[in-house]
Design a protein around this ligand. Structure first.
Ligand code: NAD
Length: 296
């Protein structure tokens, strides 16, 4: 497989496109929004520059990686001649079902359709295609060029052969693929999101402030980032969608999103990507400064 398409050029799409291009694949990066595509190429260039500076890659590697990337707003044009699609569009069930229906019509029958969804059922996505056995979850972690794990999610009908192909392909990206089955939240978010939600509930109930909660988890549990920092980094809208999928999927109130999280997302406070969340992300430094709303 030489050519892949990545759908969605946001936080994850740009990292996935970067990684495939760095390891020699030709990548079509597709988004409905030209601005997202331009921003993605700028981010990839900045991240490659950082890698050159740290002597992880050479200037020539950077040039080859960028040359492997093309951008498209037209899906039909972007998927021409590819062997694999990795969909990383917004976490919304209806949107993903629409995209997979479209991909199924546009892509040759042998093409494998993967989704980077954090929580939406792979089996449900597969069911809208005529090739459910060739649909699989390829759940990369953020930031993609750095994080080793790819959670490989087998849908109800995904074949051994397709799973094997995707496991091997992930290894060619120097990742550590780990196979799991298709249940709400899979493994990563089934465990992570209740922790993040509980941290938000702890803040909401006034048990402790933003910095205190994150400090307890960083110093006490040896987490490299506190749960509220991580929530800002993932995107609060993404966290909310995942919790809603688990809440609906299991019908268990323990997954109900904290009302504070719901309010923040409704207000457009989405974390790092919108400039504000539990922390303020507009000051242009690497320092974690608590958002004004949560200052004591
Ligand atoms: P994002 O909001 O940063 O980016 C989504 C992109 O999808 C946007 O650029 C948007 O323009 C584009 N898009 C929307 N509709 C489209 C369409 N019809 N065709 C093409 N592009 C379209 O979102 P994100 O954080 O990158 O998340 C993308 C996916 O990755 C989601 O399924 C999410 O659950 C998953 N994910 C996110 C993280 C994370 O840390 N943010 C981690 C793992 C997986």
């Amino acid at each position: 497989m030489e050519k892949v398409a990545v759908i969605g050029a946001g936080t994850m799409g740009n990292g996935i496109a970067h990684t495939f291009a760095q390891f020699g694949y030709k990548v079509s990066l597709i988004d409905i929004n030209q601005e997202s595509l331009d921003k993605a190429i700028a981010t990839i260039t900045k991240n490659l520059d950082r890698m050159v500076k740290k002597e992880k890659i050479s200037e020539a590697d950077k040039a080859t990686t960028l040359a492997n990337l093309t951008t498209h707003t037209d899906m039909a044009q972007g998927v021409a001649g590819i062997g694999l699609v990795v969909e990383a569009a917004t976490e919304n069930v209806d949107l993903k079902l629409k995209i997979f229906k479209q991909l199924d019509e546009l892509c040759a029958p042998e093409v494998i359709l993967a989704s980077n969804t954090s929580s939406i059922s792979i089996t449900k996505i597969a069911a809208v295609t005529s090739r459910p056995e060739q649909v699989i979850g390829m759940h990369f972690m953020n930031p993609v060029p750095v994080m080793k794990l790819v959670e490989i999610i087998r849908g109800y009908q995904t074949t051994d052969e397709v799973t094997h192909t995707i496991m091997e392909l992930s290894k060619s990206l120097k990742k550590s693929p780990t196979e799991v089955n298709d249940f709400p939240g899979f493994v990563a978010n089934r465990i992570l999101m209740p922790m993040i939600n509980e941290a938000i509930i702890t803040l909401h109930e006034g048990v402790a402030g933003v910095e205190e909660i994150d400090t307890v988890m960083k110093l006490g549990m040896a987490h490299p980032m506190g749960p509220l920092q991580l929530a800002d980094f993932i995107g609060l809208d993404v966290c909310l969608s995942i919790l809603r999928v688990m809440h609906d999927g299991f019908g268990n109130p323990k997954y109900a999103p904290c009302p504070l999280l719901v309010n923040m997302v409704t207000a457009g406070h989405l974390g790092a990507k919108s400039g504000n969340g539990f922390y303020n992300h507009t000051h242009g430094t690497k320092e974690w400064i608590v958002a004004d709303t949560f200052k004591k």
